[in-house]
Structure formats: C-alpha cells, structure tokens
Design a binder for this molecule. Structure first.
Ligand code: DGJ
Length: 698
C-alpha cells in the first residue's frame, strides 16, 4: 500500500519553520476563516472575545523508531491562548494521527465551544462516504452514499457508548463507488468513546472538507487557566487498494501501535455462560459447563452476569449492579471453588462485571445515591431493568470504587485470567453531583477521561489479564477504549447468518483477534432461525472463536463438529487472528456494487480470507447465504496471494460424517486463484441450508 501524500502535504504546507502562517490549513478557527471553511475550533475567551487567530510560534520534530511527529506550537494574535498541533506518522504502518493540545493563561476560564481533533482538505471529485450504521443486535451496517454539495454529518450522542447507531470511523472513496481492493480510499477513526461528530462539507465548488471531533452538543468545555485540554486523536490513512487496504492498515496499526491491548497476541477459545443459562447461575451448572468446554478442547470458561449480589439478588437485570460480592445462595463455595475447578480441568476462568453501572435496587445506591449521574431537582431517568443508572466517572471516588472492584477481584482471585467489562446504559441523566455547577457541561467529556484514567490504572497493575470490551454487544467498539481491551463482543445477536453481515462491517476497522465471535444455539433465540452447526462454527471461526450456548442441549453431531472446529482452529489460529484480511465477496452485494456483481440466478455468498505476511499460508472462508436447488454456484476469486507461488488446498472443519470436497488436495498457482478463482461447492445434489467451507492454502 502506498500513502498518497495528499493529506500530509496539505498539512505540511504551513509548517515552514519561522513563517508566521495562519493555521487555517490544519486547524480552521472561528474568527480566522473564510466563508468556505467551517471552524474546527471555536472558543469564547474569558473577556467575551469570540475570535481565534492562531499563528505558529515554533515547530519541533520527534523522530524515533516507531514514528515521526511534527509538533507546532501556536498562539492567538491577541489573547494568551495556545494550541499545540500534533501530527504523528507511524513508520511501520501508513497511518497518521492528529490531535490538538489546548491551553491558556487568561484571567478566567475559557469556553471551548467546538474542538475537533483534525481537519483534512479533500479534492473535488466523485466522492463516496462509507459509514457504519447499526443498532443493538444489528451493528455495523456499511452505509454507502455519494457526497453531494452541502454538509453531511455523522454523530452519536449516547453519552457512554458510541458504536451503536453511528460509529466514529468512516471511509471516503475518492474514485467513485468504493471498491474492495482498488481505488483511492481515505479511512479515518476518531479515537474516542464518547459523543462525536464527523462532518464532510462541500461549502463551495472547489473541494470537500473533512472534520472529526467530540460532539459539542451540551459539551461546551470550561477550561480553567493553566489546564490543558487534549483532544482525542484522529487516525487516518489513504490507500490505493480500496476499502480492503484501509482495513488492513487499521488492523496493523491496532495490533502494532498500541491501539489494541496486547495487539499481537492470539486469544483463547472460550465458552461464555450468558446465552446458555442467563441469570440462572448455580455451582452445578457452572461446573458442568466447564466440563463441556474442556471436553471440546476449549481453553477458557467465562461466567457472565448473575453471579453477584447480597441483600439484593441478581436474578434479573433490575437489581444488584454495584454490589460486587459473590451470591453464596447460588455459589455456596464462592469463586475459589470455581477457579480451582477450572485449574483441575486445565482451562482458565473469566468473569463478567459492569463496573460503571448501579441499580437503584442495590446496596451501593442506598449508600451512595450521589455517585449516580443525576440532574439536580429532576426525576431520575432509569435504564435497563427499569432501575439502572450510570455511575459518575468524573468523580475520583467513583473511579477508586471501579478500580478497587477490579483490584479486589484480581487480588483475591489471581487465577482470574479474563474479565468481560460490560456497559448497558446510555447517559440519560446528564448531571454530576461532583462537577461544580459552572462545569456541568464538561460531563460528557470528563466521564470518558475518568473512565480512561481508571482503565490506565487497571492496566498498569494488570497488564496480562484479558479484558473484553462489551456494551450490549458492539456498542463500544472504538479506538478510544480498545488500547485498554484485548477484544470486544461484536454483537448480542449471535444468529450465524446475521453475524456474517455484522462481522463484515465490523472488520472494516477492527482486527480479527479483537472480534469475539461465538457459536450460538439453534434455533437461535432472537431470530428463531435454524442453522447447521457447521455453518455456526465456520462463521465464528473467522474471528476470535468462542461458544455461547448450553452445551447440555447439544446433539452428539454438534458436539463432534465443535470438537473438530476447535482442533482445526488451534492450527489456524495465528493465521486467522493475526493474518491480513482480504474481503472477497460481500454479503451486501445486492445492495451496492463491490468487486463482484451477483447474478440473480447464482447463489448468494460471502467470502473472505486471511493471508500470512510472507504469503505462504492462507485460509479461505466461504458462506452460502441462500440455497436453492440447482442454483448456479458462485466462482470466487482470491486475493492477496503470491501469483508465482503454488498453493495446495486442504479443506478444514469438514462437515461431520462427510468426506472433504473435490478441491481438497488440489494445487493452483496464486495467479490462477486470483484471476480465475475457485468454484467452491456450496450446495449438493440436495441443497443444504447455509452451506459453508473453510480451506487452508499452503
Ligand atoms: C449485555 C451483553 O452484551 C451480554 O453479552 C450479556 O453479558 C448481558 N449484558 C448480561 O447482562
């Protein structure tokens, strides 16, 4: 992949040392812009002045093994108001990050009214925006639209999570309809977990202007003298290899530049208790589930919601959040008995928590009602279960409470290897008893700064515990939080067919070792859809594999298939979790043209593959999404291989009771596989619903 240089050159235009340039090319400010630009920074100074005319004072450079960084110190022409502009270019990955540090020495606080993280001038042309829209149980739907004159805004105002509804990552194709493996595409991610706003403005006929930052709605930030406000980073890349190139750059950046905790490590195969037993936790059931996951060859068991509670029991979602003591009515021998049992079975043990939340029906709320976010003199708006509230993470006492919850668990039970950190509520009560009255509008931002501060403390002490980021599914898949988490729960919707779509969109920005994908039950509880166990395994195997069902309800065939899947996955794990992703055939082909156009008489399929860095090893996943008798099969062209090399195919996770298909053992050159492709048998003489195949290529 080649960086076009387009953006960086534009940004560097104003970096000439010593020139008293306006910062408009990098940071258009209110009071210093023409009628074409929107301001990326608007402030009201302590004396009421609303203008900002930043001029470069000094430019310094950092050059180390990992990145080059340009740091431009600017000052307003009139006020003692300062912005330091940072532009960091990673060396091993074609990703640039920008952010601003804002401070002042005015006599009283300054009001920051808009404070984007970055601004990029884009050329005129046939530009298309790709953004991920979705919701609980239907995350990450790629939405593609042509950019027209005017302003297009993508934003999220949930308060606590920002990847349901609209997500803070977008792509912009500069060459017409976005293609998967060709064309120039800009990819950008705002590294922030709170409210955001991304705007693409074509305010005149000359070009497009891209802005991304924290959403200023109800968030005027009151900055005291000498305080420094650092905006979130905006990370971007421009690829000549289409959307796939953007994804690969972001995956590599996440893994190697500290944007995903332990990014280069592979993750374990686990069983999570939630969809198997929900709140009905008993020691007997947990031990039985541990037996099952160990028997399948799994490596980790995670006890989900329902294990805690004292005066209030956690039998449903309406009580006990905040009371992080083991419910000995359900688990008479405590967590020690469970961690010991896991050890006996040679698996690891993990546990669910929702640290930032409290139920009104809890001992914590009785003791500290002031710790919940609340609006002065107004009735509480209650979330999940009719009793859930969000704790005030701006309050250092609450930060300590959250830190201590994790610290206590891990100190008392050092065997806990994995934590699932959930967040199931938005900020509905936008008020804090901790923040002073004149800083209430800092809440939406200080909440996340407090959360990150707490996570930093946890990570400093516990760098090796695997922590899953969950927010009613994928509600917090964002690069504001992923540096502290090893993975995230992609969706609460575990229906294998819909997962093909959800995982597809999620992979636009997030690498496979971060994407928790679990084999669910069938018929699936949310959709009622019945899918074969082989399809469920194959769909889950394309990311971080796990299972989430009641193994006691599985048939012998299902158990045998899962055992094979786990065995094969272990052999392919490094390739799947750390390889380079090539999306080959989109499940969304009907809705917008990608690299392949689906013919009506052919089967609807989705296909993707991972290729090792050295291109000597690859794995291909192909899924049949519709099956009709005698339907024409679909030829799939591969990508990312070495054209000169010869690859031999081995079918993996072969359907229980069947022989590998005719392609097994066949050899082809990379050139053949990429230009001619493969006719993958995804139907038989008698059509099977949801057929799928996995091939290893060596
Ligand atoms: C929402 C999560 O997304 C689920 O996986 C599960 O952990 C529940 N919360 C538990 O309450």
């Amino acid at each position: 992949m080649k960086r076009t240089g387009l953006f960086f050159l534009a940004m560097c235009a104003c970096l000439m040392v010593g020139t008293p340039v306006r910062a408009i090319d990098m940071l258009p400010t209110f009071g210093d812009i023409d009628h074409i630009h929107l301001p990326a920074l608007i402030v009201q100074h302590a004396d009421g002045d609303q203008s900002l005319q930043l001029r470069a004072q000094d430019t310094t450079y950092v050059d180390n093994a990992q990145y080059k960084e340009t740091v431009i110190a600017t000052k307003d022409l009139v006020q003692p108001f300062y912005v330091t502009i940072h532009v960091r270019q990673w060396k091993a990955v074609p990703i640039t990050e920008t952010w601003y540090e804002i401070s002042h020495a005015e006599k009283k606080p300054v009001r920051l009214q808009r404070f984007d993280s970055g601004y990029l001038p884009l050329e005129n042309g046939d530009l298309y925006l790709v953004h991920l829209h979705g919701n609980w149980a239907g995350e990450a739907v790629p939405t593609v639209e042509r950019l027209t004159r005017g302003i297009k805004t993508i934003r999220n105002s949930d308060g606590a999570r920002n990847a349901h509804l609209d997500a803070p990552e977008v792509m912009i194709s500069l060459d017409g309809q976005p293609q998967e493996n060709s064309g120039r595409v800009l990819g950008a991610a705002l590294c922030w977990s709170g409210n955001f706003e991304i705007r693409v403005a074509a305010t005149d006929e000359k070009g497009f202007h891209f802005y991304a930052g924290i959403d200023p709605m109800a968030s005027e930030y009151i900055l005291s003298p000498k305080e420094v406000f650092t905006t979130p980073h905006l990370a971007y890349t421009c690829s000549n290899e289409g959307m796939g190139g953007v994804s690969r750059a972001f995956h590599r950046w996440a893994r190697t530049c500290g944007m995903l905790h332990n990014g280069n490590a592979t993750r374990s195969i686990l069983l999570n208790s939630w969809e198997g037993i929900y709140f009905d936790i008993t020691e007997e059931r947990i031990l039985a589930m541990m037996n099952d996951i160990a028997a399948f060859g799994g490596e980790l068991f995670v006890m989900d919601d329902g294990w805690f509670g004292g005066k209030y029991q956690r039998n449903s979602d309406d009580a006990a959040l905040g009371d992080w003591v083991v419910d000995t009515r359900k688990l008479p021998n405590g967590l020690d008995a469970l961690t010991a049992a896991a050890k006996d079975r040679h698996i690891q043990f993990g546990i669910w928590i929702e640290p930032e939340a409290v139920n009104t029906r809890s001992e914590l709320f009785e003791k500290h009602p002031e710790w919940a976010l609340q609006e002065r003199n107004r009735e509480l708006k209650l979330g999940r279960g009719g009793t859930q509230l969000v704790l005030d993470m701006t309050n250092p006492k609450v930060q300590d409470f959250v830190f201590n919850l994790v610290d206590d668990l891990l100190t008392k039970h050092p065997e806990i290897a994995y934590i699932k950190w959930d967040a199931n509520a938005s900020i509905q009560n936008c008020g804090s008893t901790y923040l002073p009255r004149d800083k209430q509008s800092n809440l939406y931002i200080d909440y996340h700064l407090g959360l990150v501060k707490t996570l930093e403390r946890i990570r400093a002490k516990y760098p090796n515990v695997v922590i899953q980021n969950c927010a009613s599914g994928g509600g917090r898949a964002n690069y504001g939080l992923m540096p502290y988490f090893d993975e995230f729960w992609v969706s609460d919707n575990n229906d294998a067919l819909q997962r093909v779509y959800i995982q597809w969109g999620t992979s636009y920005f997030f690498p496979s070792n971060a994407m928790a994908q679990h084999i669910g039950g069938s018929p699936y509880l949310m959709t009622g859809r019945t899918t074969p166990i082989k399809f469920r395994c194959d769909v889950a195997m394309s990311g971080r594999l796990g299972m989430e069902l009641q193994p006691a309800h599985m048939t012998e065939t299902e158990r045998a298939q899962c055992t094979t899947a786990f065995q094969d996955y272990k052999e392919l794990r490094e390739l799947i979790q750390l390889g380079n992703l090539y999306r080959l055939v989109s499940p969304y082909n009907d809705q917008y043209p990608m690299s392949n156009v689906k013919l009506p008489e052919t089967q609807s399929v989705a296909a993707l593959m991972y290729v090792s860095d050295t291109k000597d090893h690859a794995v291909l996943f192909a899924y049949g999404l519709s099956s009709f008798m005698k339907q024409a099969s679909r030829r799939i062209r591969l990508a990312g291989l070495d054209p000169e090399r010869t690859y031999t195919l081995t079918e993996r996770n072969v359907r229980h009771g069947e022989q590998p298909c005719a392609l097994d053992g066949k050899s082809f050159t990379g050139a053949h596989l990429m230009s001619v492709g493969l006719d993958i048998p995804l139907s038989t003489e008698y059509a099977i619903d949801y057929p799928s195949r996995i091939f290893e290529l060596k």
